[in-house]
Design a protein around this ligand. Sequence first.
Ligand code: ADP
Length: 271
Amino acid sequence: MVAHVGITSLSSSIACMSRPRRFSFIKPKPLAMATMHDDPIREWVLSEGKATQITRISSIGGGCINLSNRYDTDAGSFFVKTNRSIGPSMFEGEALGLDAMYKTGSIRVPKPFKVGVLPTGGSYIIMEFIEFGSSRGNQSALGRKLAEMHKAGKSEKGFGFYVDNTIGSTPQINTWTSDWIQFYGEHRLGYQLKLARKQYGDSTIYERGQRLMKNMGPLFEDVLIEPCLLHGDLWSGNISSDKNGEPVILDPACYFSDYYMLATEQPRNLA
Ligand code: ADP
């Protein structure tokens, strides 16, 4: 298996890299001020999370879409993302992706714990907090671990994923498809071409793309393409390392496809 890790999605990296990583502390509310039902995150942490006390909540910068917090408790730390304006489907997609990668037992990813809705509107995801090391880690170890994940993460349903998810904030269609050329043509190139036509009102690229899609078949005639699990949004902002220098990957838009396509090159801001 070959792991191509050098390719990144430029539009996403530019949007996110300009943001400095910030840390600030939020004083946890005493129990009397916030009833458990007002705050499902607190409720989970103090029940299934097995904590009896939240000692500190600190905000973490560096994300592109959501608000991130670290919850320190007497049962360890949790990483929590919230989004005040959208329902839980984005985080459900992220949790399913993290879970699928976690279960391969290959590369380190945070274990997802809980997704839910906020009573004030919006949604949240709670996952394992990972203490990052100072560097982005060893790139050859990253490549090897990714290849292990691709080898272990197989699908009997073909190309696609259990749910549609989002790449940046653009929807990513993952309808199960048995044929890779059809999957890539219809749900990747074709979908992006439709978004581009809608956004820019110009059919030229759309029509050229349609021609390309119709003629893709012969380019892959003797190529055996097997579905394997991809991170789906692998760019430098979603790669880190833990305190031991082990590679960690985050914030996926997983699907099963050809491993040559693990670095998505799709424009994000067309929806
Ligand atoms: P967004 O969904 O807004 O793009 P990210 O998933 O990129 O947010 O997370 C924002 C930042 O939080 C990341 O840049 C990273 O530094 C940190 N982070 C993400 N996941 C974890 C985790 N499980 N443990 C610790 N820090 C994390």
